[in-house]
Design a protein around this ligand. Structure first.
Ligand SMILES: [Zn+2]
Length: 462
Protein backbone atom coordinates (compact mmCIF):
# COMPACT_ATOMS: atom_id res chain seq x y z
CA UNK A 1 0.00 0.00 0.00
CA UNK A 2 1.31 3.41 -0.94
CA UNK A 3 1.55 5.99 1.74
CA UNK A 4 -0.11 9.26 0.87
CA UNK A 5 2.49 12.10 1.20
CA UNK A 6 0.15 14.13 3.46
CA UNK A 7 -0.34 11.13 5.76
CA UNK A 8 3.45 10.51 5.87
CA UNK A 9 3.98 14.13 6.85
CA UNK A 10 1.35 13.77 9.58
CA UNK A 11 3.10 10.67 11.01
CA UNK A 12 6.46 12.44 10.92
CA UNK A 13 5.07 15.49 12.69
CA UNK A 14 3.30 13.37 15.34
CA UNK A 15 6.47 11.38 16.03
CA UNK A 16 8.37 14.62 16.38
CA UNK A 17 5.79 16.09 18.78
CA UNK A 18 5.65 12.92 20.88
CA UNK A 19 9.43 12.94 21.13
CA UNK A 20 9.24 16.52 22.39
CA UNK A 21 6.69 15.54 25.03
CA UNK A 22 8.84 12.56 26.10
CA UNK A 23 11.64 15.05 26.53
CA UNK A 24 9.56 17.63 28.34
CA UNK A 25 8.16 15.47 31.09
CA UNK A 26 11.42 14.02 32.39
CA UNK A 27 13.10 17.44 32.36
CA UNK A 28 10.23 18.88 34.38
CA UNK A 29 10.33 16.04 36.90
CA UNK A 30 14.09 16.10 37.35
CA UNK A 31 14.07 19.86 37.84
CA UNK A 32 11.62 19.57 40.72
CA UNK A 33 13.35 16.61 42.36
CA UNK A 34 16.80 18.13 42.20
CA UNK A 35 15.67 21.46 43.63
CA UNK A 36 14.11 19.97 46.76
CA UNK A 37 16.64 18.24 49.01
CA UNK A 38 19.82 20.19 48.19
CA UNK A 39 20.85 22.18 51.27
CA UNK A 40 22.95 24.78 49.56
CA UNK A 41 20.92 27.96 49.62
CA UNK A 42 17.52 29.11 50.71
CA UNK A 43 16.41 29.58 47.12
CA UNK A 44 16.87 25.97 46.15
CA UNK A 45 15.40 24.25 49.15
CA UNK A 46 12.38 26.32 50.07
CA UNK A 47 9.77 24.80 47.79
CA UNK A 48 6.58 25.02 49.87
CA UNK A 49 5.04 21.64 50.58
CA UNK A 50 1.53 23.06 50.57
CA UNK A 51 1.71 25.73 47.93
CA UNK A 52 -2.06 26.20 47.93
CA UNK A 53 -2.18 27.25 51.57
CA UNK A 54 -1.47 30.75 52.72
CA UNK A 55 -1.48 31.65 56.41
CA UNK A 56 -1.15 34.53 58.83
CA UNK A 57 -3.19 37.41 60.21
CA UNK A 58 -6.60 37.78 58.53
CA UNK A 59 -5.96 34.55 56.58
CA UNK A 60 -5.83 31.83 59.21
CA UNK A 61 -3.87 28.85 60.41
CA UNK A 62 -2.06 26.17 58.46
CA UNK A 63 -3.33 22.58 58.30
CA UNK A 64 -2.37 20.54 61.37
CA UNK A 65 1.28 19.56 61.40
CA UNK A 66 2.43 22.23 58.96
CA UNK A 67 4.27 25.46 59.70
CA UNK A 68 3.42 29.02 58.67
CA UNK A 69 6.57 30.60 57.20
CA UNK A 70 7.61 34.20 57.75
CA UNK A 71 6.21 35.09 54.33
CA UNK A 72 2.85 33.43 55.10
CA UNK A 73 3.06 30.06 53.35
CA UNK A 74 2.20 26.67 54.90
CA UNK A 75 4.73 23.88 54.64
CA UNK A 76 6.93 21.46 56.52
CA UNK A 77 10.40 22.34 55.28
CA UNK A 78 13.09 23.62 57.64
CA UNK A 79 12.60 27.08 56.14
CA UNK A 80 8.89 27.09 57.00
CA UNK A 81 9.32 25.80 60.54
CA UNK A 82 12.40 27.58 61.77
CA UNK A 83 12.03 30.25 64.42
CA UNK A 84 11.85 33.15 64.75
CA UNK A 85 10.52 33.67 61.20
CA UNK A 86 7.91 30.91 61.56
CA UNK A 87 4.60 32.39 62.79
CA UNK A 88 3.91 30.70 66.14
CA UNK A 89 0.20 31.60 66.20
CA UNK A 90 -0.61 30.24 62.74
CA UNK A 91 0.83 26.74 62.65
CA UNK A 92 3.52 24.46 63.99
CA UNK A 93 7.07 25.88 64.53
CA UNK A 94 10.43 24.71 65.91
CA UNK A 95 9.53 26.88 68.89
CA UNK A 96 6.72 24.52 69.91
CA UNK A 97 9.21 21.82 70.81
CA UNK A 98 9.85 21.51 74.56
CA UNK A 99 13.12 20.64 76.26
CA UNK A 100 13.17 17.34 78.16
CA UNK A 101 13.16 17.10 81.95
CA UNK A 102 10.93 18.79 84.52
CA UNK A 103 9.68 22.34 83.88
CA UNK A 104 11.46 25.09 85.80
CA UNK A 105 8.30 27.00 86.73
CA UNK A 106 8.37 25.70 90.32
CA UNK A 107 11.90 26.91 91.07
CA UNK A 108 12.08 29.91 93.43
CA UNK A 109 13.46 33.13 91.99
CA UNK A 110 14.47 35.40 94.89
CA UNK A 111 15.96 38.81 94.02
CA UNK A 112 19.40 38.45 95.59
CA UNK A 113 22.35 40.89 95.36
CA UNK A 114 22.69 44.56 94.43
CA UNK A 115 22.09 44.40 90.67
CA UNK A 116 18.53 45.53 89.85
CA UNK A 117 16.06 43.08 88.30
CA UNK A 118 13.44 43.77 85.63
CA UNK A 119 11.71 46.03 84.76
CA UNK A 120 15.03 47.92 85.11
CA UNK A 121 17.04 47.71 81.91
CA UNK A 122 20.80 47.78 82.46
CA UNK A 123 22.78 49.51 79.72
CA UNK A 124 26.28 49.89 81.15
CA UNK A 125 28.95 48.29 83.30
CA UNK A 126 29.81 49.53 86.78
CA UNK A 127 33.59 49.00 86.99
CA UNK A 128 35.87 51.53 85.20
CA UNK A 129 38.46 49.95 82.93
CA UNK A 130 36.24 47.02 81.91
CA UNK A 131 34.63 46.03 78.64
CA UNK A 132 31.86 43.44 78.64
CA UNK A 133 31.74 41.89 75.18
CA UNK A 134 28.40 40.16 74.67
CA UNK A 135 27.38 37.78 71.88
CA UNK A 136 23.75 37.01 71.05
CA UNK A 137 21.87 34.36 69.04
CA UNK A 138 24.34 31.49 69.38
CA UNK A 139 25.66 29.00 69.77
CA UNK A 140 26.40 28.59 66.08
CA UNK A 141 29.10 26.86 64.05
CA UNK A 142 31.33 29.92 64.57
CA UNK A 143 31.13 29.90 68.37
CA UNK A 144 33.96 27.38 68.83
CA UNK A 145 36.31 29.66 66.91
CA UNK A 146 35.17 32.59 69.06
CA UNK A 147 35.98 30.64 72.23
CA UNK A 148 39.46 29.89 70.83
CA UNK A 149 39.97 33.59 70.15
CA UNK A 150 38.82 34.66 73.62
CA UNK A 151 41.22 32.09 75.12
CA UNK A 152 44.06 33.51 73.04
CA UNK A 153 43.48 36.97 74.54
CA UNK A 154 42.64 35.65 78.00
CA UNK A 155 39.33 37.48 77.67
CA UNK A 156 35.96 36.62 79.21
CA UNK A 157 32.65 37.33 77.52
CA UNK A 158 28.92 36.85 77.99
CA UNK A 159 26.84 34.68 75.68
CA UNK A 160 23.12 35.36 75.40
CA UNK A 161 22.13 31.98 74.01
CA UNK A 162 18.97 31.17 72.10
CA UNK A 163 17.47 27.71 72.47
CA UNK A 164 16.19 26.83 69.00
CA UNK A 165 16.61 29.69 66.48
CA UNK A 166 17.55 29.72 62.79
CA UNK A 167 16.81 26.05 62.26
CA UNK A 168 19.81 24.93 64.31
CA UNK A 169 17.82 22.44 66.41
CA UNK A 170 17.49 22.53 70.20
CA UNK A 171 20.60 23.38 72.20
CA UNK A 172 20.04 20.40 74.51
CA UNK A 173 19.71 17.90 71.64
CA UNK A 174 22.72 15.68 72.27
CA UNK A 175 23.01 14.69 68.62
CA UNK A 176 23.97 18.30 67.88
CA UNK A 177 27.18 20.13 68.87
CA UNK A 178 25.55 22.97 70.84
CA UNK A 179 25.44 21.43 74.31
CA UNK A 180 29.19 20.81 74.32
CA UNK A 181 29.83 24.37 73.09
CA UNK A 182 27.72 25.77 75.96
CA UNK A 183 29.54 23.54 78.42
CA UNK A 184 32.81 24.90 77.09
CA UNK A 185 31.59 28.51 77.47
CA UNK A 186 30.78 27.82 81.09
CA UNK A 187 33.88 25.84 81.96
CA UNK A 188 36.10 28.51 80.35
CA UNK A 189 34.77 31.18 82.71
CA UNK A 190 32.41 32.96 80.34
CA UNK A 191 28.90 33.85 81.44
CA UNK A 192 25.96 31.99 79.91
CA UNK A 193 22.80 34.11 79.80
CA UNK A 194 19.41 33.75 78.13
CA UNK A 195 18.23 35.21 74.84
CA UNK A 196 14.89 33.31 74.96
CA UNK A 197 13.92 29.92 73.57
CA UNK A 198 13.17 30.88 69.95
CA UNK A 199 13.98 34.59 69.62
CA UNK A 200 10.41 35.90 69.60
CA UNK A 201 9.81 39.60 70.10
CA UNK A 202 8.76 39.71 73.76
CA UNK A 203 6.75 42.90 73.19
CA UNK A 204 4.55 41.15 70.63
CA UNK A 205 3.68 37.87 72.38
CA UNK A 206 1.15 37.11 75.13
CA UNK A 207 2.26 36.97 78.79
CA UNK A 208 2.02 33.17 78.75
CA UNK A 209 4.08 32.93 75.56
CA UNK A 210 6.60 35.28 77.19
CA UNK A 211 7.05 33.07 80.24
CA UNK A 212 7.21 30.02 77.96
CA UNK A 213 10.03 31.70 75.98
CA UNK A 214 12.01 32.12 79.19
CA UNK A 215 11.13 28.83 80.89
CA UNK A 216 11.83 26.57 77.91
CA UNK A 217 15.28 28.11 77.52
CA UNK A 218 15.80 27.69 81.27
CA UNK A 219 15.02 23.97 81.03
CA UNK A 220 17.30 23.51 78.01
CA UNK A 221 20.25 25.33 79.64
CA UNK A 222 19.55 23.46 82.88
CA UNK A 223 19.75 20.18 80.93
CA UNK A 224 23.27 21.16 79.86
CA UNK A 225 24.71 22.94 82.89
CA UNK A 226 22.48 21.88 85.79
CA UNK A 227 21.47 25.49 86.38
CA UNK A 228 19.90 28.32 84.36
CA UNK A 229 20.73 32.03 84.05
CA UNK A 230 19.36 35.00 85.97
CA UNK A 231 20.61 37.31 83.20
CA UNK A 232 18.81 37.84 79.89
CA UNK A 233 18.66 40.11 76.89
CA UNK A 234 15.34 40.52 75.04
CA UNK A 235 15.53 39.69 71.29
CA UNK A 236 15.58 42.87 69.18
CA UNK A 237 16.15 44.67 72.54
CA UNK A 238 12.39 44.79 72.61
CA UNK A 239 10.58 44.77 75.94
CA UNK A 240 8.27 47.78 75.96
CA UNK A 241 6.74 49.16 79.20
CA UNK A 242 3.16 49.11 77.86
CA UNK A 243 3.28 45.30 77.60
CA UNK A 244 4.51 44.82 81.19
CA UNK A 245 7.27 42.69 79.65
CA UNK A 246 9.94 44.12 81.96
CA UNK A 247 7.82 43.61 85.04
CA UNK A 248 7.14 40.00 84.08
CA UNK A 249 10.85 39.33 83.46
CA UNK A 250 11.55 40.79 86.89
CA UNK A 251 9.02 38.43 88.44
CA UNK A 252 10.75 35.57 86.63
CA UNK A 253 13.95 36.68 88.38
CA UNK A 254 15.84 38.23 85.48
CA UNK A 255 18.32 41.07 85.12
CA UNK A 256 17.57 42.70 81.75
CA UNK A 257 20.82 43.58 79.97
CA UNK A 258 21.05 46.00 77.05
CA UNK A 259 24.28 47.75 75.91
CA UNK A 260 25.95 51.10 75.32
CA UNK A 261 27.80 50.15 72.12
CA UNK A 262 25.84 48.53 69.31
CA UNK A 263 28.34 47.27 66.74
CA UNK A 264 25.58 46.74 64.14
CA UNK A 265 27.54 43.65 63.16
CA UNK A 266 24.51 41.81 61.81
CA UNK A 267 24.14 44.51 59.15
CA UNK A 268 27.81 44.34 58.19
CA UNK A 269 28.53 40.64 57.81
CA UNK A 270 30.83 40.81 54.79
CA UNK A 271 34.57 41.48 54.48
CA UNK A 272 33.75 44.78 52.75
CA UNK A 273 31.28 46.05 55.32
CA UNK A 274 32.64 44.88 58.66
CA UNK A 275 34.93 47.94 58.85
CA UNK A 276 31.79 49.92 59.65
CA UNK A 277 31.33 47.91 62.84
CA UNK A 278 34.99 48.38 63.73
CA UNK A 279 34.56 52.13 63.21
CA UNK A 280 31.54 52.22 65.53
CA UNK A 281 33.56 50.46 68.25
CA UNK A 282 36.68 52.58 67.68
CA UNK A 283 34.74 55.84 67.61
CA UNK A 284 33.54 55.23 71.16
CA UNK A 285 36.35 53.28 72.76
CA UNK A 286 39.59 54.73 71.35
CA UNK A 287 38.96 58.19 72.78
CA UNK A 288 37.87 56.91 76.20
CA UNK A 289 39.84 56.74 79.43
CA UNK A 290 39.95 53.32 81.12
CA UNK A 291 40.46 55.03 84.47
CA UNK A 292 36.94 56.40 84.36
CA UNK A 293 35.09 54.54 81.63
CA UNK A 294 33.60 51.10 81.00
CA UNK A 295 31.71 49.61 78.04
CA UNK A 296 28.96 47.08 77.40
CA UNK A 297 29.14 45.91 73.79
CA UNK A 298 26.63 43.93 71.74
CA UNK A 299 27.65 41.64 68.85
CA UNK A 300 26.41 38.30 67.49
CA UNK A 301 28.27 35.00 67.21
CA UNK A 302 25.83 34.02 64.44
CA UNK A 303 27.92 35.99 61.95
CA UNK A 304 31.21 34.93 60.43
CA UNK A 305 32.73 38.41 60.17
CA UNK A 306 31.95 39.05 63.83
CA UNK A 307 33.84 35.95 64.87
CA UNK A 308 36.63 35.90 62.30
CA UNK A 309 37.28 39.62 62.00
CA UNK A 310 35.54 42.14 64.28
CA UNK A 311 36.15 40.42 67.61
CA UNK A 312 39.93 40.24 67.30
CA UNK A 313 39.93 43.92 66.35
CA UNK A 314 38.02 44.72 69.55
CA UNK A 315 40.18 42.45 71.69
CA UNK A 316 43.38 44.09 70.41
CA UNK A 317 42.02 47.57 71.17
CA UNK A 318 40.87 46.51 74.63
CA UNK A 319 44.33 45.18 75.44
CA UNK A 320 46.21 48.12 73.88
CA UNK A 321 44.19 50.73 75.75
CA UNK A 322 44.50 48.98 79.11
CA UNK A 323 40.92 47.77 79.46
CA UNK A 324 39.96 44.27 80.67
CA UNK A 325 37.42 42.09 78.87
CA UNK A 326 35.19 40.56 81.54
CA UNK A 327 31.66 39.17 81.86
CA UNK A 328 28.55 41.26 82.43
CA UNK A 329 28.05 39.74 85.89
CA UNK A 330 31.63 40.65 86.86
CA UNK A 331 31.43 44.17 85.43
CA UNK A 332 28.30 44.74 87.53
CA UNK A 333 30.05 43.38 90.66
CA UNK A 334 27.51 40.58 90.99
CA UNK A 335 28.89 37.49 92.82
CA UNK A 336 29.12 34.51 90.44
CA UNK A 337 26.70 32.22 92.32
CA UNK A 338 23.99 34.80 91.63
CA UNK A 339 24.36 34.55 87.86
CA UNK A 340 22.44 31.27 87.85
CA UNK A 341 19.62 29.40 89.59
CA UNK A 342 20.24 25.76 90.39
CA UNK A 343 17.76 22.97 89.70
CA UNK A 344 18.44 20.52 92.51
CA UNK A 345 16.06 17.95 90.97
CA UNK A 346 18.47 17.24 88.14
CA UNK A 347 21.08 14.45 88.05
CA UNK A 348 24.60 15.33 89.06
CA UNK A 349 27.33 15.87 86.49
CA UNK A 350 28.41 12.22 86.80
CA UNK A 351 24.95 10.86 86.01
CA UNK A 352 24.37 13.15 83.07
CA UNK A 353 24.21 11.75 79.53
CA UNK A 354 27.45 11.83 77.58
CA UNK A 355 28.51 14.65 75.30
CA UNK A 356 27.40 14.89 71.67
CA UNK A 357 30.65 13.28 70.55
CA UNK A 358 29.09 9.98 71.55
CA UNK A 359 26.06 10.70 69.36
CA UNK A 360 27.48 8.30 66.80
CA UNK A 361 28.84 5.32 68.72
CA UNK A 362 30.13 3.75 65.50
CA UNK A 363 32.62 6.52 64.80
CA UNK A 364 35.59 7.85 66.69
CA UNK A 365 36.07 11.60 67.07
CA UNK A 366 38.46 12.96 64.45
CA UNK A 367 41.93 13.47 65.94
CA UNK A 368 43.67 14.89 62.84
CA UNK A 369 40.93 16.87 61.08
CA UNK A 370 39.98 14.09 58.68
CA UNK A 371 36.50 12.59 58.69
CA UNK A 372 34.30 10.13 56.87
CA UNK A 373 33.36 6.51 57.30
CA UNK A 374 35.34 5.97 60.48
CA UNK A 375 35.72 9.43 62.02
CA UNK A 376 33.18 12.12 62.94
CA UNK A 377 33.83 15.85 63.34
CA UNK A 378 31.31 16.13 66.19
CA UNK A 379 33.36 16.78 69.30
CA UNK A 380 36.62 17.39 67.39
CA UNK A 381 38.70 20.55 67.75
CA UNK A 382 38.79 21.09 63.96
CA UNK A 383 35.14 22.07 63.50
CA UNK A 384 31.76 20.32 63.52
CA UNK A 385 31.21 19.79 59.81
CA UNK A 386 32.70 17.16 57.47
CA UNK A 387 33.26 18.44 53.93
CA UNK A 388 32.91 16.46 50.72
CA UNK A 389 36.72 16.34 50.82
CA UNK A 390 36.54 14.52 54.17
CA UNK A 391 37.94 17.39 56.24
CA UNK A 392 36.49 18.84 59.47
CA UNK A 393 35.83 22.58 59.68
CA UNK A 394 33.21 25.27 60.21
CA UNK A 395 33.31 27.16 56.92
CA UNK A 396 30.62 27.13 54.24
CA UNK A 397 32.82 24.72 52.28
CA UNK A 398 32.58 22.26 55.16
CA UNK A 399 29.01 22.82 56.37
CA UNK A 400 27.21 23.65 53.11
CA UNK A 401 26.96 21.85 49.80
CA UNK A 402 28.43 18.36 49.86
CA UNK A 403 28.70 18.32 53.66
CA UNK A 404 28.68 14.73 55.02
CA UNK A 405 25.83 14.32 57.46
CA UNK A 406 27.10 10.87 58.38
CA UNK A 407 30.30 12.34 59.79
CA UNK A 408 29.31 15.60 61.45
CA UNK A 409 26.91 18.47 61.52
CA UNK A 410 25.66 20.15 58.32
CA UNK A 411 23.94 23.45 57.98
CA UNK A 412 23.25 26.32 55.62
CA UNK A 413 24.26 29.93 56.15
CA UNK A 414 22.75 31.36 59.29
CA UNK A 415 20.54 34.29 58.34
CA UNK A 416 20.96 37.72 59.86
CA UNK A 417 19.02 38.04 63.04
CA UNK A 418 20.05 41.22 64.78
CA UNK A 419 18.82 43.00 67.81
CA UNK A 420 18.10 46.55 66.77
CA UNK A 421 14.61 47.80 67.44
CA UNK A 422 12.77 46.67 64.37
CA UNK A 423 14.96 44.72 61.99
CA UNK A 424 12.41 41.97 61.60
CA UNK A 425 11.94 42.38 57.90
CA UNK A 426 11.46 38.93 56.53
CA UNK A 427 13.76 39.33 53.58
CA UNK A 428 14.95 35.74 53.66
CA UNK A 429 11.44 34.30 53.88
CA UNK A 430 10.08 36.60 51.19
CA UNK A 431 12.96 35.85 48.90
CA UNK A 432 12.62 32.12 49.34
CA UNK A 433 8.87 32.14 48.86
CA UNK A 434 9.28 34.40 45.84
CA UNK A 435 11.71 31.84 44.43
CA UNK A 436 9.08 29.19 44.98
CA UNK A 437 6.50 31.34 43.25
CA UNK A 438 8.78 31.74 40.25
CA UNK A 439 9.17 27.98 40.11
CA UNK A 440 5.38 27.61 40.37
CA UNK A 441 4.98 29.99 37.46
CA UNK A 442 7.57 27.94 35.59
CA UNK A 443 5.57 24.78 36.31
CA UNK A 444 2.35 26.44 35.18
CA UNK A 445 4.00 27.55 31.95
CA UNK A 446 5.30 24.03 31.40
CA UNK A 447 1.82 22.58 32.02
CA UNK A 448 0.24 25.08 29.62
CA UNK A 449 2.81 24.23 26.95
CA UNK A 450 2.13 20.51 27.37
CA UNK A 451 -1.65 21.11 27.04
CA UNK A 452 -1.08 23.07 23.84
CA UNK A 453 1.05 20.29 22.38
CA UNK A 454 -1.61 17.69 23.23
CA UNK A 455 -4.32 19.87 21.67
CA UNK A 456 -2.13 20.20 18.59
CA UNK A 457 -1.78 16.41 18.24
CA UNK A 458 -5.53 15.87 18.72
CA UNK A 459 -6.22 18.56 16.10
CA UNK A 460 -3.84 16.82 13.68
CA UNK A 461 -5.68 13.51 14.00
CA UNK A 462 -9.14 15.05 13.70
ZN1 LIG B 1 19.13 38.22 69.03
Amino acid sequence: MRLHPAFALLIALTTCVLARIQGVFPVYTIALESSEPVQTSLNTRDVPNNVDYRCGPKIGKCPVGTCCSGAGFCGTSKAHCRSPDCKIDYGHCDAHRSPYGPPTKEIARPHLGQVPFGPTQIRSCAIPGTVALTFDDGPTRYTGDLLDLLDKYDAKATFFVTGINNGKGAIDDLTLPWASVIERMHSSGHQVASHTWSHEDLSKVTPSQRSEQMEKNEAAIRNILGHFPSYMRPPYSSCTPDTECGKQLGELGYHIILYDIDTDDYKNDSPDLIQRSKDIFDHQVLQSDPLTKSWLVIAHDAHEQTVHNLTEHMLKAIKRLGYRAITVGDCLRDPRPLWYRKDTRMPTQKEKPKKPASADPNKAVSWDGSCGSNYTCLGSTFGFCCSSENACGNTSNHCGKGCRKDAGYCTVDVPGNGDAWDPRVDVKGSKSEAGAEIRMLGSAAMAAMTSLLLAFIVAMFM
